[in-house]
Design a protein around this ligand. Sequence first.
Ligand code: KIV
Length: 268
Amino acid sequence: MEGVIRVTTQTFRQMKVERIPISVLTAYDYSMARILDRAGIDALLVGDSASNVMAGHETTLPITLDQMIYHAQCVVRAVERAFVIVDLPFGAYQGNSQQALVSAIRVMKESGAHAVKIEGGQPVLSAIKIIHQTGIPIMGHLGLTPQSIYRFGTYKVRAQDPEEADQLREDAFELQKAGCFAIVLEKIPAELASEISSSLTIPTIGIGAGNGCDGQILVTHDALGLNNDFHPRFVRRYSNLEESMSTAVKSYVDDVRSRLFPSTHESY
Ligand code: KIV
């Protein structure tokens, strides 16, 4: 891509000011990241959902920092325009700001990504502050934070009761104050997400948080229909790649079995 203008944290700020919604998808590998970047996505999240989507784990908890760095390296190699954010995985930052800093620096140095994402509010504020001081951009993540799934015990919508909603409002302000450049709001009532989005100066990126956020994120494999076993209400499926791929693979198997592939044109 010639003369491409890269998306930066400044672009995020500007898009919020100009009320231009920010589009974000997940990416974990070179080939997918290349397609998404060329299609004009604003940012790519190397999410710890790689633990589910790429590795087949039930939760995001097992993925390691080394594995996240590997996925981030693959994505960064493909991207010419999009802003690349990498999740700090479970166990790489909780409860220890110094460890959080070392993890964030490793991600930035070893992958070439542009920012890190951290789940949680008040308990991770000191980690966010110390990372921010080094100049690393941080995206926050509130609401249904999958690394806490065993504490929640359910994937239901968060912050439906007034206490949790108040805590979330306060956390969002604190994250902004601590230096986050944006915050993911996951699976919370649309009205609350909209209220928080209007009260913050940094952009919110919603997933299952309604249309009042400053941007939206989906897991690419859900949006492209690569996993038809998973269809929560907040996912819009823009393609049915599982079906297309399955049909294509069946044709290949048939062609190989019937010796229709390769033809003389496909041979030397
Ligand atoms: O890991 C991930 O994919 C995420 C998004 C769903 C926000 O955190």
